[in-house]
Design a protein around this ligand. Sequence first.
Ligand SMILES: [Zn+2]
Length: 355
Amino acid sequence: MALKAGVVSGEDYIELVNACKAGGYALAAVNCVGTDTVNGVMEAAARNKSDVIIQFSNGGAQFYAGLGMEDSFQAKVLGAVAAAQHVHLLAEHYGICVVLHTDHANRKLVPWVDALIDHSEAHFKAHGRPLYTSHMLDLSEEDIDDNLSECARVLTRMAKIDMSLEIELGITGGEEDGVGHEIDENADNSHLYTQPEDVLKAYELLSPIGHFSVAASFGNVHGVYKPGNVQLRPEILRNSQALVAQTRKVAANPLNLVFHGGSGSEKAKISEALTYGVFKMNIDTDTQFAFSEAVGAYVMEHEKAFKHQIDPEDGTPYKKQYDPRKWLRAGEQGFIARLDEAFKDLGSVGKTLAG
Ligand SMILES: [Zn+2]
């Protein structure tokens, strides 16, 4: 069934997740920090006829509100709200489905998520749908029972207003905006791999409450490191799916799995992960670099225009070159080109459900 273009939530979101899993493809979840990246994601999704996930870390949300805002907690909340309103207004005009999501929130950031749910409750009252499609809680540093009981509390709130929750089990290596874990190059790094028993525990507790997804760790890391430190083991995803399906006597691939730390991953491992019910892959580091690389190339090519308004020797005016729209657009184009590649790797090109 075709969905209405724009931000999806509730049943429409579930339909989108299920279509990904049934079709063996995944949506790119792209970290954004402002209108340039948000619009770049929607432009890339539109030209690839691919649905997409726009997500904000707490730092990205704060940046959206402006680093000059004195109260940084307020900036993280209001920036996320402003960004969501921007996407709600524009997404339908790009003709694709957009999932709105927030990235890692550890215990310190639970009040941020709760404040955003307050805003979604108000939005639900006024418009019959939440502001955000889903949020993530990353309490993977904590004991599994503490992690899951807090997830259950938050999901209970969210389920009432058609929202979904992403949880983290096991640990994604590296760091995402101050939330993360060291990679010890000499250790066996077994803490980087999720235990299927923990995934089963999560399924049993959370599936009666509402819709949720799991960021399971299978050796994935945030950021791009030199290869060889940690092995990607997507079979952990397969084993988790099999344990839940057999124990709970439900159909294959019952879990909605999320691949964090997708930047720099081997393409073959990405393809393998997609066959195990991964519907979302986060991408941040590679798109950050693509944006900055393109801006850097533009600046180097037009070096004089970044030092002089008018050429000191021949008087040529450089306004057309230093206009921030020129180099920001160059950045957007580099970012969009990298997303073309991500959509292709994830198999989502041409698969939009918007009609
Ligand atoms: Zn992550």
